[in-house]
Design a protein around this ligand. Sequence first.
Ligand code: FES
Ligand SMILES: [Fe+2]
Length: 334
Amino acid sequence: MADRSAKARWTSPLRRRRGPGWAEQEPTWRAARPALIADALKRASARPSGNWFVAGASRDVRPGGPCGRTVGGVEVVLWRSESGELRGGSGVCPHLGAPLRDSRVVCGTLVCHWHGLALDGAPFAGWQPYPVHDDGVLVWVRLDAVGGEEPTELPVIPERPAAGSGVDAVYSGVGRCEPQDVVANRLDPWHGSWFHPYSFVDLTVAREPRGEEDDAFAVDVSFRVAGRLVVPVRAEFTAPEPRTVVMRIVDGEGATSVVETHATPLTAEGDAQPRTAVIEAVVATSDRRGFALARAAAPVLRPLMRHTAGRLWRDDLAYAERRWALRSTGRFPG
Ligand code: FES
Ligand SMILES: [Fe+2]
């Protein structure tokens, strides 16, 4: 019975749109001032990260085996102890240099496959652990030599929907660029409905960042679900640390859902051919009553989840790579 009354209250989040076509929409290039984006990037870059880097999704580090990553040119290995706790450290075996990403985990101990050196996560035979953190969605590693900042005990983790109330998904991609190129792409919300018309329409920037005190973009945008069917929302973009941009739905369907874009350098700073991983976590939620989250929220939030999928990231990485290509050859117009 309760279910039926809940159904009666249910209204579709979908709207039928009758807006202008792609070529008729208002150009955004005058509003998207290069200096404004550059200033927002500069402020983001100056925030402390505590030398923490996102290494991947929590579920990438399975109990059965190690997970190898290269961050800032440093080989890192991650694994789980018998109780499931995250362990991590140098990915180079201290004996003769075997790649520990190819070793085995036996009862929570990492065992090198070349000569059997065993690591339980504590310093041993010249091997050093790195501080690691599992926030439930992402795993982080602290590399003080790479970050060069004052280390902090924990990474800067964006506020997310309460644990268990959201559906999360993590996507990764790699681009030939530096982290700042990925962040700069995210700090240009104006490109949304021009560059990604298949996903976004009717995008307007309702509020620009006003400096350190109020450093957020507010964006009104409709996610295109299919054809003319759209889901209008207001989203806020912030950069809590130098390599993270968070998009939070603040009004409309899925309010409080977040898309966190993390840019992790794979190559060392100053590398002539830098590569950066984009690790994007979507934590989507819905307060729709009377429906099981998985059933109700997933289809409704699919446009948001899709924000991260295939085509969007191909285009955004092309933007970031192009920015790097111009910057590195002195041709950047901004
Ligand atoms: S190289 Fe790892 S034990 Fe020899
Ligand atoms: Fe984009």
